[in-house]
Design a protein. Structure first.
Length: 573
């Protein structure tokens, strides 16, 4: 396998002069990364740039669901539901190391309530419906099954009367009259998937470039000048620019001399609870429910913790967004009302996060009514700016591939080129050659264990965490100072070998890249100060950090976790 990070570094050594390039993509979130991969597969020479790390903005703060958007049926966005369910089914096949089926229970508290409100919403009312009754839910689930029929990989829904529903979900309030079970999916490692899309693009096109922690310094006479994290500057002359900066789209357009007012974001917050009794009672299901104030909430098992979300609050400052205490209390009160026989308290909260959804500017009275569909408006070239700018507005995690395909086709048409290959059946990262059934999975795990000398359980863990990339990580032991048996302090399910591989091979600039994005160790609540010091030592050796830089990186992680994720590592020292 090509050492992507090393190859990319070598390519940048040739950028002393202005380099002509087909497309520059600003922003390496899920939409930018997906578009980068698609264009690279078509042979288009692309540069993707992010002012922070790949997948570090809004794309790192979703509900971690891959779903068709059941609630979008109410607003009549049938095309979005059709595309979302198709893309959900494709992702289950193309990224099986990150995406897995999620049976979902929807509690129903009345038989007929909400029908007239739903009809008003469907015909354009700006008032969100309250309380969806059994009739409405049953109709919605039938429609959902219909839209999800293309490339189906999961069963149709089941509708349960009260007795059977409570047997399935015994801790749910007995106030329900019925319940439905349908299937969506969850993504365990969204940040890694963003990185893998970028890496796949670089592998697909040897002329492609990717760089994180890189700032746009100027846009003059059709030339964009950037400064990289190491202080080096370079300039490119693009034929077209794609603005995939998410909540920062309007800011980025202003810097390109293409002023816009496209974004009207909302804030989505989540909490994770250390609550083994709740996780066990869910039995692998998500509960998708209506809180007392009419807002939609969810709770499900995420890597052994209970994920609870999400809020939908108008907000526009992605730099300082965080989950606030009133939101935490709102979540706790909501699950207490839904699951009255279980205990919920503030001390069960082990991690919080929040992000700004880059939704289109809207005058909707309720944030929940703002469309989650996407668009790609084009600002044509001018005399001062001789390249057009395509802005990627809206969208959702699930539909990134379809959105990327639409944008890539737009770009190909403007460049007068033909599509070479569809990405519909194109596996992502560690999903390539992933064992397709339990027998093949067992054979892969047994072969990896035999070759590397690790036990079967450990091989299965690594396959689940990295997909088939796990074999390359295990092979890394031949050149690394570490072995898989060398484990992080207080987090023995992560090895120093993994951290060394990531630091050397996966575009790591800061320690936080490993802690928060290339791994899920922080969000799992598994990180302690001792473990962080181990990770810092390994990263410092791999990246050549001196003692002062290493200490600064440790301090930055500690501060970020405390300020933005409600996690104080100093208490674990």
């Amino acid at each position: 396998m090509i050492d992507i990070s090393a190859a990319n570094t070598l390519r940048f050594q040739d950028l002393g002069a202005i380099k002509d390039i087909d497309v520059v993509i600003l922003g390496a979130g899920i939409n930018g990364a997906g578009t980068f991969r698609d264009l690279c597969v078509q042979g288009v020479d692309c540069l993707i740039v992010d002012k922070a790390d790949f997948g570090s903005g809004t794309s790192s703060a979703p509900s971690r669901l891959i779903h068709g958007g059941l609630k979008y049926l109410e607003t009549g966005e049938f095309g979005l539901v059709a595309q979302s369910t198709l893309e959900r089914n494709l992702l289950l096949r193309n990224a099986p190391h990150c995406v897995e089926p999620l049976p979902t229970f929807i509690p129903v508290f009345s038989w007929t309530r909400g029908i007239w409100a739903a009809l008003r919403t469907l015909t354009g009312s700006t008032t969100a419906p309250r309380s969806r009754g059994a009739v409405l839910v049953k109709i919605g689930l039938r429609m959902y099954d219909f839209f999800g029929a293309r490339n189906r990989v999961m069963p149709n829904h089941r509708f349960l009367f009260k007795k059977k529903a409570l047997k399935e979900m015994p801790h749910v309030t007995p106030a329900i009259v019925a319940g439905g079970i349908y299937y969506d999916a969850k993504i365990s490692r969204p940040e890694r998937l963003v990185y893998e899309l970028v890496a796949d693009g670089l592998q697909a096109n040897e002329n492609a470039l990717a760089t994180n922690f890189t700032t746009l310094l100027s846009s003059e006479n059709g030339v964009l000048t950037f400064r990289r994290a190491n202080g080096e500057t370079f300039s490119v002359r693009p034929k077209l620019v794609i603005n995939a900066a998410g909540p920062w789209i309007d800011h980025a357009n202003a810097s390109l001399d293409a002023p816009s007012k496209l974004i009207g974001g909302t804030k989505g917050s989540h909490i994770l609870l250390d609550h083994p009794e709740l996780v066990k009672s869910l039995n692998g299901h998500m509960i998708y429910f209506e809180a007392d104030d009419g807002r939609i909430c969810l709770v499900y098992d995420y890597l052994g913790l209970a994920m609870v979300g999400s809020t939908d609050i108008p907000a526009n400052d992605p730099e300082t967004v965080r989950c606030e205490e009133p939101e935490i209390q709102y979540f706790l009160e909501s699950v207490r009302s839904l699951l009255p026989s279980l205990r919920f308290s503030r001390d069960q909260v082990v991690y919080t996060y929040s992000g700004i959804r880059p939704l289109p500017a809207s005058d909707a009275s309720s944030p929940g009514l703002i469309s989650r569909d996407h668009s790609a408006p084009v600002m044509e070239a001018t005399a001062e700016r001789p390249f057009p700018v395509v802005s990627l507005v809206g969208g959702k995690w699930t539909t990134f591939r379809g959105f990327s395909e639409e944008v890539a086709d737009l770009v190909l048409k403007r460049l007068q080129r033909q599509r070479r290959k569809s990405t519909q059946q194109l596996a992502i990262g560690g999903g390539r050659q992933f064992p397709a059934d339990p027998a093949q999975r067992g054979a892969w795990i047994e072969a990896a264990a035999r070759k590397s000398g690790i036990d079967i359980t450990r091989a299965e863990t690594l396959l689940s965490r990295y997909g088939t990339t796990a074999s390359e990580i295990l092979d890394h032991a031949a050149t690394s100072p570490y072995r898989d048996s060398d484990r992080l302090s207080d987090a023995g399910h992560y090895s120093l070998l993994e951290i060394d591989w990531i630091a050397r091979r996966e575009f790591v600039v800061h320690l936080s890249d490993i802690v928060l994005r290339r791994t899920t160790i922080a969000i799992e609540g598994a990180l302690t100060m001792a473990g962080l010091l181990d990770m810092a030592r390994v990263a410092a050796e791999a990246l050549g950090w001196d003692a002062a830089r290493t200490e600064s990186e440790i301090d930055d992680v500690v501060m970020t976790l405390a300020d933005f994720h409600g996690q104080d590592l100093r208490l674990t020292a």
